[in-house]
Design a protein. Structure first.
Length: 365
């Protein structure tokens, strides 16, 4: 293999920076929204920004997961074991450890009794809403659902559309079933998951074409539909008008995919590349940030209480940047006992659409 062929091979096996950057943006919105909870924001511009974030930020994670998924009927046992290791182990371990510390900190902030055993059962069944780790449980169950769907998927997209349309309708309009295992969220999230799969499958049909105007219109339409709806709270299964909630999230997410896809080629100066790498850093380590940021947040609240300050005295942006810096330090210091989030490599994308093959074939020649 020649030097040029090795160089192409390395490029094809690298992670997609724009996809990691998109996940980094998503996890930072999660941190910001959790920091923002408890502050007065109704009727303010900041409040509208927060309301817009809540309309798509968790759905965006499921779309990025679906973007990396392939409906191949093979190695189910290995795939399930991999998901157990990468999703359920962090969910249970981090959920119990962080939940224990968070609950103890909450006792300091709001004096109350603490029941350790009573905390564990809701984590196992997925009923806890204050721990952002519920997402890992829902994502794992979505993967199990998609593995089941792939057993009878015959390559016809109408099958996937029909199955997930039924899942979405059932999820949006069913009762919460007591909240166990987040069944409603699993069904609803599967619709966003398959959206990611279709984005990957048909991305090459619009790639490189002048659709910037369409992207702007999609973004504006997503914001407009969100303004017509009440605030969406994914973890508490509050969606307001289901049609508005779903359509606003879809339009916004498709626009964000195109924006971040183009960002990698636009941000070529030093500052732009550093910004992109910063987002990629949080995207690659989003599971760690998801599981640990509440610990730092409640630590700030406990510090306010210990210092005799009123709760939520620290400004939103100040608390947000403190948590971001703390997460960077934690990720750098902690041993790599976790897996990085899943991402498509350029080789996987090449196998699907041949885009990168066309881009680099002249280099090999």
């Amino acid at each position: 293999m020649t030097y040029k062929e090795v160089d192409v091979e390395n490029k094809l096996n690298t992670r997609l920076l724009w996809l990691d950057a998109l996940k980094g943006f998503a996890i930072l919105t999660v941190v910001y929204l959790h920091v923002h909870n408890g502050y007065e924001y109704d009727g303010t511009f900041d409040g509208e920004i927060v309301k817009w974030f809540t309309s798509f930020h968790m759905a965006l994670f499921f779309v990025t997961a679906g973007f990396c998924f392939s409906y191949e009927v093979s190695n189910y046992k290995q795939k399930i074991l991999r998901k157990l290791k990468s999703l359920m182990v962090p969910y249970l371990v981090w959920g119990i450890i962080i939940g224990f510390f968070v609950e103890n900190i909450r006792v300091i902030i709001h004096p109350q009794s603490f029941d350790a055993l009573g905390m564990i059962f809701p984590i196992i069944t997925g009923k806890t809403s204050y721990l952002a780790g519920w997402f890992l449980l829902v994502l794992f169950l979505v993967y199990m659902l998609e593995y089941l769907v792939s057993t009878f998927y015959n390559g016809k997209d109408l099958v996937l559309v029909g199955v997930h349309a039924l899942c979405g309708i059932a999820g949006y309009f069913m009762n919460d079933m007591g909240g166990y295992y987040r069944i409603r969220l699993v069904l609803i999230s599967s619709t966003f998951f398959v959206l990611g799969y279709f984005l990957k499958k048909y991305w090459h049909k619009v790639n490189g074409k002048p659709i910037a105007i369409s992207t702007i219109l999609f973004l504006i339409l997503g914001i407009f539909l969100e303004l017509k709806n009440t605030r969406v709270t994914y973890s508490k299964e509050i969606f307001g008008n289901p049609s508005l909630a779903f359509s606003s999230a879809v339009f916004t997410i498709v626009a964000l995919f195109d924006i971040f896809f183009r960002m990698e080629s636009v941000l070529k100066n030093c500052a732009g590349r550093m910004f992109l790498k910063g987002l990629c850093f949080f995207g690659e380590n989003s599971i760690v940030v998801l599981c640990t940021h509440l610990l730092f947040l409640y630590g700030i609240r406990a510090l306010e209480k210990v210092l005799g300050m009123q709760i939520h005295t620290f400004p939103v942006c100040g608390s947000f940047f403190i948590i971001v810096i703390a997460e960077v330090i934690l990720i750098k210091l902690m041993p790599r006992v976790y897996l990085k989030t899943q991402n498509c490599t350029k080789r996987q994308e090449k196998d699907i659409k041949g885009f990168y093959h066309r881009q680099y074939k002249e280099v090999i020649a």
